[in-house]
Design a protein around this ligand. Structure first.
Ligand SMILES: C[S@@+](CC[C@H](N)C(=O)[O-])C[C@H]1O[C@@H](n2cnc3c(N)ncnc32)[C@H](O)[C@@H]1O
Length: 351
């Protein structure tokens, strides 16, 4: 009874399903996540199509032990990642197809990264984070995530790929939701390899852009195909957003930046932006907003990731963003929602 989940999954949880079963299923969420991460790492989806494939052939293709692989595929079929069409045959579902390396909106690297040791081990210390407020990466490794990744190139590469993949998945909804046409020169502060900027510049031919990031990131970005293709229209600039941001732009975009940092750090970043912002300029903060409702959202879960893995990073409510902007002499003027969980918070100079 303990492990049995009600067959009628549409039934309200607290009337049909014993609380112990609900609790057990919640706790075993990690088994699903790690199984998805493992099949992503082995490239299982790349060896599958929507035609059923035999277990032995699949196992041979990815170098796995058939009996172990079978148990993982069977469990993941139960949650819709694969479909089991016969005793030892499986095919890919639309959910599982997201684990293909080259699928549009692929989440393969994101899934792999969740199984990397820098991302897994801190959870052993999460209760201590609750007691001390210190991030669990520092507690587990004696150094914070940025310091750790600087010493772990393979895991850093996986993290960057994972971020790029997530970015790519959110690109179309962003472009569809926001009209960039009034902007002539756009900065992407902490813009990574500049893929979002490249997508914006492709869409808006009158625009030019500056991607600003740390020297080691910029060094890896210059020369990449998407950057070369845009020639003079896309420039990279290296530096730290705690010291300065590029001059001469009429809009400053920051995607997935503020959620990495404490309120104090965010204030400094926004102040650096405000110093360069022309009177009619705009700041575009692209983040999720934690809604003041009880439902579980990706923002609330990502907020826990930020609590465990970053020094002071967090997801914020709209009121918290408004307070941040105000602390740096900016005013929230508009919130544009997108088809993805991301919103564009547009801010202007406050006087
Ligand atoms: C979570 S990633 C977001 C990247 C990109 N905006 C995106 O959405 O995919 C954070 C970015 O901030 C950059 N970064 C961290 N510290 C920085 C600093 N002091 N100055 C400039 N960029 C920084 C990182 O190198 C990384 O590219």
């Amino acid at each position: 009874m303990l492990f049995q989940v009600a067959e009628d999954s549409a039934a309200p949880a607290n009337t049909q399903v014993p609380p112990a079963a609900v609790m057990t299923q919640l706790l075993f969420g990690k088994h699903i996540a790690y199984s998805i991460s493992a099949v992503a790492r082995l490239g299982v989806a790349d060896h599958m199509t929507d035609e059923p494939v035999g277990l032995e052939k699949l196992a041979a293709g990815i170098g796995a032990q058939p009996a172990a692989l079978y148990r993982v595929l069977r469990a993941l079929a139960a949650v819709g990642v694969f479909e089991q069409t016969a005793e030892r045959r499986f095919r890919l579902t639309p959910l599982g197809a997201l684990l293909k390396t080259d699928a549009p909106g692929s989440l393969r690297y994101f899934a792999m990264q969740l199984g990397d040791s820098w991302s897994v081990r801190p959870w052993e210390r999460f209760a201590d984070t609750l007691k001390t407020g210190e991030d669990a990466v520092s507690l587990a490794f004696g150094k914070n995530a940025f310091e750790l990744l600087a010493e772990e190139p393979a895991q850093a590469e996986m993290f960057n790929r994972s971020m790029s993949a997530l970015s790519l998945a959110m690109m179309e909804p962003l472009l569809a939701a926001y009209d960039f046409s009034p902007i002539r020169r756009l900065a992407d502060v902490g813009g990574g390899h500049g893929k979002l900027m490249a997508a914006v510049l492709h869409e808006y031919e009158h625009m030019t852009g500056v991607v600003y990031d740390l020297p080691e990131v910029v060094a890896g970005a210059r020369g990449q195909e998407h950057a070369v293709a845009l020639g003079e229209r896309l420039r990279f600039e290296a530096g730290s957003f705690f010291e300065r941001v590029p001059a001469g732009c009429d809009a400053y975009m920051m995607k997935f930046i503020l959620h990495d940092w404490s309120d104090g750090h965010c204030r400094t970043i926004l102040q650096r932006v405000r110093e360069q912002l022309p009177a009619d300029g705009r700041v575009l903060v692209i983040e999720q907003i934690v809604m003041p409702t009880a439902e579980l959202s990706f923002a609330k879960l990502l907020d826990l990731e930020m609590l465990a893995l970053t020094v002071g990073g967090r997801e914020r409510t709209q009121a918290e963003f408004e307070a941040l902007f105000a602390s740096a002499g900016l005013r929230l003027t508009r919130v544009v929602t997108t088809e993805s969980p991301m919103c564009i918070l547009e801010a202007r100079r406050d006087g």
